[in-house]
Design a protein around this ligand. Structure first.
Ligand code: ATP
Ligand code: MG
Length: 366
């Protein structure tokens, strides 16, 4: 009997708890029908944690996250906490978790489901069949590099600066995540940088090339300048399998790739930490791309599929339950093919449903 899988659920604020309720139905089904035993705990994060504990990420939540095999995160924030000072905001909840768990590789799939392609749209032929995974380095680079700041010069003018700095080990570990992913997909990695004009980009290209040659010769590696990649994503996105980029380029290109798919309410993500050499354990957090959507919270109309697909990523990446992950992803695709739509992805001639009907439909399809 394999050990139970320790799962921490952090619903958070706004539509977070609403869409998490639908994931729980899926988990119930998986436990009963696939005999997967989860040890589930729930924790407080974001505004919900501020109300209960006075902090957006209480120590108890961090401790639970450290002890868990995987964290399923909802979303945080809302107008109720908008006037709090910067260092007290609900968003700090997720920032602290990313930092304390050392989550350096952000995985964002951009998958265009056939059922959602609007055949009358000009871009239909361009996006149909797109299946991209963007791997973004998320703890280094220009967002964190020192020195940084805005200084006043002797003549009174201001000068702003940031530092794009990467250690080769930081590049190597995120490159390995991308290559490992590619092996489970179509075996192609496109590594993006600006090696033509940036020194950190030159190092990035060199290190990715070395890792490729030494450890992943079975995967195709293509180097591409980030600006060219942006253009190619818009004009010929189907050429991409895995896109690997630093914090800045990965941020921009993953949003661009997401726009190809059309809906925020459909997109999951994962952030992975390092593999512990002793225990073999790797911290990981899974969350939808969307936020707490205060404008629709409490109305029962949020699309639960991004949260459900985040759970599918969790099954695949934290528990190596590839078959179950695929089963769940297929069920989602079939529900959409059957014509059910939440408001955010509504199309003519389809049946509009709310959050819980969509969740129930996925379980029925399973
Ligand atoms: P954050 O800063 O946390 O990313 P945000 O304000 O940028 O939040 P969201 O909270 O994701 O963005 O909301 C953006 C828009 O998308 C809102 O109009 C929201 O209602 C809509 N939206 C987001 N998620 C969903 C969902 N799961 N289902 C339906 N609509 C959604
Ligand atoms: Mg946002």
């Amino acid at each position: 009997m394999p050990a139970n899988k320790k799962l921490l659920i952090l619903p958070g604020d706004g539509i977070g708890p609403e869409v998490m309720r639908e994931v729980r139905r899926v988990i119930d089904w998986m436990s009963r029908r696939r005999a997967i035993s989860f040890d589930m705990e729930e924790g407080l994060v974001g505004g919900a944690a501020i109300e209960a504990e006075g902090s957006p990420c209480p120590d108890a939540t961090v401790e639970k996250a450290m002890a868990a095999d995987a964290v399923l995160f909802g979303s945080v924030g809302g107008p109720r906490w908008d006037s709090l000072p910067f260092d007290k905001r609900p968003e700090l909840g997720i920032l602290r978790l990313r930092k304390d768990l050392g989550l350096f590789a952000n995985l964002r799939p951009a998958l265009v489901l056939d059922a959602l392609v609007d055949a009358s749209s000009l871009k239909a032929d361009i996006v149909r069949g797109v299946d991209i995974m963007v791997v973004r380095e998320s703890t280094g680079g220009v967002y964190f590099g020192e020195p940084r700041g805005v200084e006043i010069l002797p003549d009174g003018k201001r000068r702003g600066f940031d530092t794009d700095v990467y250690h080769e080990d930081e590049i190597a570990r995120v490159a390995r995540v991308a290559f490992d992913l590619a092996r489970k997909r179509r075996r192609k990695v496109t590594s993006v940088e600006k090696a033509n004009v940036m020194q950190s980009g030159r190092l990035w290209r060199a290190v990715v090339g070395e890792i490729h040659k030494a450890e992943y010769a079975d995967v195709e590696l293509e180097n591409m300048y980030a600006d060219n990649c942006a253009m190619q994503l818009c004009s010929r996105p189907k050429q991409f399998d895995v896109i690997l980029g630093n914090n800045l380029f990965g941020d921009v290109l993953s949003d661009l790739a997401a726009a190809l798919t059309g809906s925020l309410g459909m997109l999951p993500s994962a952030t992975l930490g390092a593999v512990d050499p002793v225990t073999g354990k790797r911290h990981a957090l899974y969350e939808p791309i969307h936020g707490s959507a205060p404008d629709i919270a409490g109305k029962g109309i949020a699309n639960p599929l991004a949260q459900i697909l985040s759970f599918a990523m969790l099954l695949r990446w934290s528990f190596a339950l590839d078959e179950d992950a695929t089963l769940l992803e297929t069920a989602v695709a079939k529900v959409l093919a059957g014509g059910l739509r939440t408001a955010d992805i509504m199309q003519q001639g389809m049946a509009r449903v709310g959050t819980s009907v969509m969740g129930e439909a996925v379980v029925r399809e399973l």
